[in-house]
Design a binder for this molecule. Structure first.
Ligand SMILES: C[S@@+](CC[C@H](N)C(=O)[O-])C[C@H]1O[C@@H](n2cnc3c(N)ncnc32)[C@H](O)[C@@H]1O
Length: 224
């Protein structure tokens, strides 16, 4: 998306917020947003060597595949806050885009294998180039629902695709005993109907909103 459109979209969201939540909340949110934007830029540049860009056109021709919008670091901090990551865990970002989540994991100092899988070939190859200096990072090109890394133990999804592909993803991951962190978790039915344990994550006492859930195989506690 062009910078101008980004700014207009932001102003539009500001007005919606003002009407819904009032002036004080909107001002506090504005301050938080500006601080977060600055911190984001620093982390993007430090670990990924570029600012992660939104692209709303990217998957126009691919059924069920969503656009490229990156997770906010503040949400990543919240959703991973009480998810224990063990030395042997292999973390997979399903639909990694330009690498925001990989940046976040690197910023935690994780030495684990980190895998990003991205359906858009050009984005995947540019992202792979930029992360080649990290021996623990692999960027794969492909449809995650057909090429799910078998070694993955924690899968992160920021609403990368719609119902049918979530169904395929769930069927592929079911036997792996993995944990799924699903941000903007719009399509929960496959997990609900196949006996996964679901723990919603709520942004309590936060100025920002999001929805997310930690999904684990039944029989394994979904809490830290
Ligand atoms: C909402 S963005 C999330 C980017 C990144 N994970 C983050 O949280 O910052 C979704 C990404 O998933 C990719 N994607 C969509 N469908 C996919 C699929 N079937 N397999 C792999 N990647 C996919 C899109 O091209 C886009 O880059």
């Amino acid at each position: 998306m062009e910078r101008r459109e980004d700014i207009l979209a932001c102003i539009g969201r500001g007005f919606v917020r003002l009407r819904a939540k009032g002036l004080r909340n909107t001002l506090l949110y504005g301050l938080h947003f500006l601080r977060e934007q600055a911190a984001s830029a620093l982390l993007d540049l430090k670990y990924g060597g570029k600012l992660c860009k939104t692209d709303l056109e990217i998957n126009r021709a691919r059924q069920q595949c969503h656009t490229m919008v990156h997770s906010h670091y503040h949400v990543l901090r919240d959703v991973f806050a009480d998810l224990p990551i063990r030395r042997e865990d292999v973390l997979v970002d399903v639909g990694c885009g330009e690498g925001r989540v990989i940046n976040f994991w690197l910023s935690l100092g994780l030495q684990n294998r980190l895998i990003g899988i991205e359906i858009d070939q050009a984005v995947a190859s540019r992202t792979r180039q930029r992360y080649r200096k990290y021996p623990n990072v692999t960027i794969i090109h492909g449809d995650a629902t057909a090429n799910l890394p078998a070694e993955g133990t924690i899968f992160y999804l920021y609403n990368p695709f719609a119902a049918e592909l979530v169904e395929r993803f769930e069927a592929a991951v079911r036997s792996q005993g993995a944990t799924i962190v699903y941000h903007n978790n719009r399509y929960m039915l496959p997990f609900e109907s196949n006996g996964w344990a679901i723990r919603p994550i709520r942004p309590e006492r936060r100025i920002y909103e999001f929805t997310a859930a930690i999904i684990t195989p039944s029989g394994r506690a979904a809490t830290a």
